[in-house]
Design a protein around this ligand. Structure first.
Ligand code: ATP
Length: 269
């Protein structure tokens, strides 16, 4: 609902086990998890703990999932907000939302703040945007002010997701802000098989299901597409009154998801 734009520091049960593949990204984020768990270990030697990291990658590849898993692993509250939420807001509201978010986060530190689609507010200033530029700039400026307003030892880590790091305002990428970039790529065949394995856990599958073949038949699929395939396959099999989901159901589901992706692509281009 509009009334509650962000999840208010909720506890999460997601862990790295729920995130398939993304091995390199996981190594990088584990370091950040350790900052949250043992801040003194790092500050003792005079080091400054980073405040933010940018998760960069195409839609549906698990950026939100990974951010949640970091909160789950560190056992800290998770605040999330989407940059596009600000786009629909009235004048003056964006900046106060940012202020409110950070106020709550400070009260619950250590914690993680996740800003999805940061490009919606973080585009380089002075370019065209959907919202009036003034409003978007005010929101962005408030975000910069908040990020500068606490020390690295406060225990707040800000993660932001984007698939367009190139359009971001350079002020966001300066040291002490989002100075680390972690890339989240579309999965290769091995990664897709691992993602299938995660999502098949919840589904009654036939013994003859060939998971490797499913991974081979889904080039270009993001994790979200694979989750979608698994769910569609289960629904297709159920409609047919089957006791378990088999290869033909998955084939139909893959066709359906490919059809959906093509439609989406046509709408965009
Ligand atoms: P967007 O940029 O569109 O917000 P995102 O990169 O944040 O996308 P998520 O929202 O994390 O993607 O992924 C959507 C869903 O897809 C997840 O909740 C999960 O079910 C599935 N998924 C995506 N990537 C993975 C993965 N690596 N392992 C397991 N499941 C995944």
């Amino acid at each position: 609902s509009r009334a509650q734009l962000f999840e208010k520091g909720t506890k999460v049960n997601v862990t790295f086990q729920d995130v398939a593949g993304l091995d390199e990204a996981k190594v990088e984020v584990m370091e950040i998890v350790d900052f949250l768990k043992n801040p003194k270990k790092y500050t003792a030697l005079g080091g400054k703990i980073p405040k933010g990291a940018l998760l960069v990658g195409p839609p549906g590849t698990g950026k939100t999932l990974l951010a949640k898993a970091m909160a789950g692993e560190a056992q800290v509250p998770f605040f999330s907000i989407s940059g596009s939420d600000f786009v629909e807001l009235f004048v003056g509201v964006g900046a106060s939302r940012v202020r409110d978010l950070f106020k709550q986060a400070r009260e619950k530190a250590p914690c993680i703040i996740f800003i999805d689609e940061i490009d919606a507010i973080g585009r380089a200033r002075g370019r065209n945007a959907i919202v009036s530029n003034d409003e978007r700039e005010n929101t962005l400026n408030q975000l910069l002010v908040e990020m500068d307003g606490f020390g690295g030892d406060t225990g707040i880590i800000i993660l932001a997701a984007t698939n367009r790091p190139d359009v971001l305002d350079s002020a966001l990428l300066r040291p002490g802000r989002f100075d680390r970039q972690i890339s989240i790529d579309r999965p290769d065949v091995k990664g897709r098989q691992q993602i299938f394995n995660v999502h098949l856990k919840a589904i009654k599958i036939s013994e003859t299901l060939d998971i490797h073949k499913l991974a081979e038949q889904t080039p270009g699929f993001a994790g979200a597409d694979i989750a979608n395939v698994c769910n569609e396959a289960a629904l297709i099999a159920a409609r047919k009154g089957k006791a378990a989901v088999d290869m033909s159901d998955f084939q139909d589901a893959i066709d359906r998801v490919i059809g959906g992706l093509e439609k989406k692509h046509k709408l965009i281009s």
